[in-house]
Ligand binder design. Structure first.
Ligand SMILES: Cc1ncc(C[n+]2csc(CCOP(=O)(O)OP(=O)(O)O)c2C)c(N)n1
Ligand SMILES: [Mg+2]
Length: 587
């Protein structure tokens, strides 16, 4: 019964839509709800409290309170990417939804299966239903098209209209989120609906499994296998095959079978071991033609949003291109096209195993050709890596991004670590010098909205074993976008420590470089007037110390850098976060 004040009489032991919603999340394998609470969530708060009072807490996902929505979604995204299990985010009506901001696009591009729930303003005004309007804010938070806020960035959105089938709706949303290509989904529920009393009920989660991985047809398998086997300079380009770490050895098997070089393009995971003799390097925003790409006569693009940037770096006009992707048409990108002979929807692990099997069964490899090519590619890659290593030497008194990354590679060698990268204009340098080799040990947002690594480190650590060290490499701008006060507080509160190393060039290099690429000889270039400097600089590690009790240090001397990094790593292993600002030449 609603009371005169609009509140409920005691409902100890009540079962509402909110209770069923949380049960459904747990049934679907969601371990955590990353939440920012509001007036739309009394049903959830009550359900959690009742569960705790009754000793049934374990039956619900664990609640992680995040004082900013950016942190909540990026943590859920990273957790889902590492664990390969869907996660949930709870935010406050349209306002909290808007605060998710660009992290929704990151989750979409990064293929993170995350269910986002937001309450909706109550729709009854005069006490007609439990949960109806009883706070002034219920008028002010009402939104005309709340689902429209996210519709361009999620795979599915819907409104919970009754508790009677809320479990089916949650399972359906998660089935869509988990099916290829995985991505975020959005449910909203007005307060009256989330307060609706229900009879406890169950659904069978096995009826909502994600769609099975797709395979190539026999014809397409044969065409691609034959083309690769007969090519003089075959090449594989990939960006996100390694989101499934089990696909990496399958790619390695095919590459080794035919001595095919592999280029990782705009990659935010380990697709191919960075130290493999057939690894032909990384591409991000390339300003020059990659000779390996230009030389290739047959190119297999596997799981890639951006295999190359045609304005600056493209295959030869006659190259035969094949695309295998969980999402080969990219309908979420209004403009996307490459001149491929075939586009196939398939799971890369399944498809590459099919191709490799056919190459072996039909004896398609010409041993001598393959061995000669293997030796040539390995020699070229050895030279390329040696040239990169030579560039790591510290310049007099200056920490360069290459030196910093070389120090980090040595620091982390032989350790069980997971590196998150949000290093923007240093993406390429970080990949080239870190050369991450272990599948699943390297992760980026997959998108372009900055601030992911702050919450991402929390989610990645929660999804990792106690022994694994999470290390975030971030630009100083990206660090600030990640709401570090919020992220570091969450990390301490939920015992999820990590090491953050800031590639601190005291500003935003990216918009400056973008301007130079368009107006190389313009007024901005002539006057070095780009509006990208962070002068006077904030004490970036100090923010983490204040908000999360983190160990904080700033280092400018290249000789001191290895020692500072070692100390910070030891602190993190001891259970406390550390944030290091490595002072690079200013932007
Ligand atoms: C949410 C969001 N706002 C703005 C941008 C535009 N943007 C792209 S890169 C960049 C600067 C990044 O600075 P930092 O992390 O320090 O890296 P740097 O460019 O210095 O390497 C900005 C503002 C963005 N990508 N995402
Ligand atoms: Mg910067």
């Amino acid at each position: 019964m609603p009371t005169a004040a609009g509140g409920h009489a005691s409902t100890a032991g009540s079962y509402t839509t909110s209770t069923a919603f949380l049960e459904a999340l747990a049934e679907a394998g969601v371990s955590y709800v990353f939440a920012n609470l509001g007036s739309d969530h009394p049903g959830f708060i009550e359900a959690f409290a009742q569960a705790r009072a009754q000793g049934r807490e374990e039956e619900f996902p664990r609640l992680i309170i995040c004082p900013h929505e950016t942190v909540a979604l990026s943590a859920a995204h990273a957790y889902a990417s590492v664990s390969r299990q869907p996660q949930a985010v709870l935010v406050h009506v349209g306002d909290g939804t808007q605060n998710l901001g660009g992290e929704v696009n990151n989750a979409m591009r990064g293929h993170a299966p995350v269910l986002i729930f937001a309450g909706a303003s109550p729709y009854t005004l005069e006490g007609e239903l439990p949960g109806g309007r009883n706070e002034f804010i219920h008028w002010l938070q009402d939104a005309r098209d709340q689902r429209g806020i996210l519709r361009g960035f999620v795979k599915y959105d819907n409104e919970i209209r009754t508790g009677r089938n809320v479990k089916q709706l949650v399972h359906r949303a998660l089935q869509i989120a988990r099916s290829d290509p995985p991505g975020p989904v959005y449910l909203v529920g007005p307060r009256e609906v989330m307060e609706e009393p229900l009879e406890p009920y169950a659904v069978d989660p096995a009826q909502f499994r994600p769609v099975e991985p797709a395979a190539l047809t026999a014809e397409t398998t044969a065409e691609i296998a034959t083309a690769l086997a007969h090519a003089r300079h075959p090449l594989i380009v990939t960006s996100y095959l390694g989101r499934n770490p089990d696909a990496v050895p399958v790619l390695a098997e095919l590459a080794e079978l035919l001595a095919i070089g592999v280029v990782e393009s705009a990659a935010f995971c380990v697709n191919f071991p960075g130290d493999h003799p057939l690894h032909c390097g990384y591409q991000f925003t390339t300003t020059e033609q990659n000779p390996v790409l230009a030389e290739a006569d047959v190119i297999l693009v596997v799981d890639s949003h951006v295999p190359w940037i045609p304005a600056t770096n493209r295959p030869a006009p006659g190259a035969a291109i094949y695309v295998i992707d969980i999402d080969p048409l990219k309908p979420t990108m209004p403009m996307w096209q490459i001149a491929a002979r075939r586009f196939a929807v398939a799971d890369s692990k399944v498809a590459l195993a099919q191709i490799a099997r056919l190459v072996r069964d039909e004896n398609l490899a010409e041993a001598q050709v393959v061995e000669t090519r293997r030796a040539e590619i390995a020699a070229a890659n050895e030279d390329r890596r040696a040239a990169l290593d030579a560039l790591e030497r510290p310049e007099a008194g200056v920490i360069t991004p290459r030196y910093l990354t070389g120090c980090l590679r040595e620091l982390l060698a032989g350790t069980d670590s997971l590196v998150l990268t949000e290093t923007i204009t240093n993406y390429q340098i970080v990949a080239e010098h870190l050369r991450p080799a272990t599948p699943g040990c390297y992760l980026g947002s997959g998108g372009g909205s900055l601030g992911w690594a702050g919450g991402g480190a929390v989610g990645a650590k929660l999804a990792s074993s106690a022994e694994r060290t999470v290390v975030s490499l971030v630009g100083d701008g990206s660090y600030l976008f990640g709401v570090p006060a919020s992220a570091q507080w969450v990390a301490r509160r939920y015992h999820a420590p990590s090491l953050t190393v800031i590639y601190d060039n005291r500003g935003w290099a990216a918009p400056k470089f973008s301007t130079l690429r368009v107006h190389g000889h313009g007024a901005a270039a002539a006057a070095d007037d780009f509006h990208v400097s962070f002068d006077p600089e904030a004490d970036l590690p100090g923010i983490a110390a204040a908000a999360g009790g983190a160990y904080a240090a700033t280092v400018a001397d290249p000789d001191e850098l290895p020692g500072v990094l070692q100390d910070a790593l030891a602190v993190v292993r001891g259970g406390r976060s550390a944030v290091i600002s490595a002072q690079l030449p200013p932007v």
